[in-house]
Design a protein around this ligand. Structure first.
Ligand code: HEC
Length: 223
């Protein structure tokens, strides 16, 4: 063995130690951890208003939030409710309206819209019947607005019922109103109308749960 030359094992241990030291030191660097940024809503003395967050540029529109068809989203022109549907009313629209109405409105307003739903029977404030003169004459956009913004004791249904479904409900409410006010002159010529009203077992009550039809009774208006 030659003298003066370090033994290979010691050499290896030495370089391993160096690598370890370098790694440990590198791990201690905090550059990436201390980023020059603000946590949401934290304070900053950089801006005059002391807020770190800047308001969005005027006119900024979030994705999917461009509600440029104002009537569709508000039911109003300026401050006044309009009186037309923003899309044609088909049978599908009415069916959708009936389904949504029975889910979201009937618990209070009842399935026939007389305001005697199950929740009301259990003590909630009674809404007015849709079949009053005032609400029969109310423009379509008014019903849309009540659903969108609530009305008195009634909460709004903007979160639960999207705008198109609200319009479907509006169309269905108008159909409900017509159903209680129909006259023979509204029947197209040559069409037959069942003349006897449906006969129910027991008291028709709120309509929240419809009583069974008596067997053999004429159908119509029961659904
Ligand atoms: C939790 C019970 C409840 C539900 C559910 C409910 N409403 Fe109402 N609604 C009320 C009450 C109570 C009033 C009367 C509020 C008042 O006068 O303070 C009312 C009033 C109304 C009015 C009449 C406003 C007026 O000018 O008198 C309309 C129209 C209406 N609701 C539509 C709806 C529609 C459509 C739905 C379904 C999306 C719905 N409501 C769901 C309780 C409810």
């Amino acid at each position: 063995m030659e003298a003066g030359r370090p033994r290979p094992t010691v050499d290896r241990i030495g370089s391993l130690l160096m690598v370890l030291v370098v790694l440990v030191l590198a791990g201690c660097r905090q550059d990436m951890h201390d980023q020059p940024r603000f946590k949401p809503l934290s304070e900053s003395d950089f801006y005059a208003d002391l807020r770190s967050a800047r308001p969005p540029v005027e006119g900024t529109v979030a994705r999917g939030q461009l509600h440029d068809d104002t009537y569709f989203y508000t039911g109003k022109f300026g401050n006044n409710p309009g009186d037309y549907m923003p899309f044609p009313v088909t049978m599908d629209v009415l069916s959708r309206g009936r389904e949504r109405f029975n889910i979201y409105c009937a618990p209070c307003h009842s399935r026939v819209g007389d305001g005697k739903g199950m929740i009301v029977q259990r003590g909630f404030r009674a809404p007015p019947s849709y079949h009053t003169e005032r609400l029969r004459k109310a423009p379509l956009g008014y019903f849309f607005d009540v659903m969108t913004n609530g009305f008195g004791a009634m909460p709004d249904y903007a979160a639960q019922v999207p705008p198109r479904d609200r319009w479907c409900i509006v169309a269905y409410i108008r159909a409900l109103q017509l159903s209680q006010e129909a006259t023979m002159s509204a029947v197209p010529a040559g069409e037959k109308v069942p003349s006897n009203p449906p006969v129910f077992r027991g008291d028709p009550g709120s309509g929240a749960t419809l009583p069974e039809l008596q067997p053999g009774a004429p159908k119509g208006g029961a659904e």
